[in-house]
Design a protein around this ligand. Structure first.
Ligand SMILES: [Zn+2]
Length: 115
């Protein structure tokens, strides 16, 4: 599962941050996961649950996931739709089905709350 290695990368980052701030406990982690990032949110949560269990630094950390909206721009009329859900099949204005996604593939560690 691809998400496990992403969580491992995240934990590495958290240890670096904790070292910089000389803290031994992280309470909450907020991630932004774009709907087009290819990351399966449930798998990410699952990986986080498993990998944090044996890691004293993040054992009790809560994971919050924010899924941002993606802007889809119609290549025909430039009409714009925004959604955090499934990709729209066609333009709401003209019905054209060539929509271009703008952003939405981010995976960002947005916030870390420490003790
Ligand atoms: Zn259109």
């Amino acid at each position: 599962m691809h998400e496990i290695s992403l969580v491992q990368g995240l934990l590495g980052q958290l240890h670096d941050i904790a070292g910089q701030h000389k803290t031994t406990r992280i309470l909450k982690v907020t991630m932004v996961i774009g709907p087009l990032s290819g990351v399966v949110v449930d798998s990410f949560k699952f990986g986080f649950d498993i990998l944090t269990k044996e890691d004293a630094l993040v054992k009790d950390a809560k994971l919050e996931i924010i899924i941002p909206e993606v802007t889809y721009r119609c290549s025909n009329c430039q009409g714009v739709q925004k959604t955090a859900g499934e990709r729209p099949h066609e333009c709401a204005e003209c019905g054209d089905n060539l929509l271009i996604a703008e952003e939405g593939n981010d995976l960002i560690l947005q916030q870390v709350e420490m003790e």
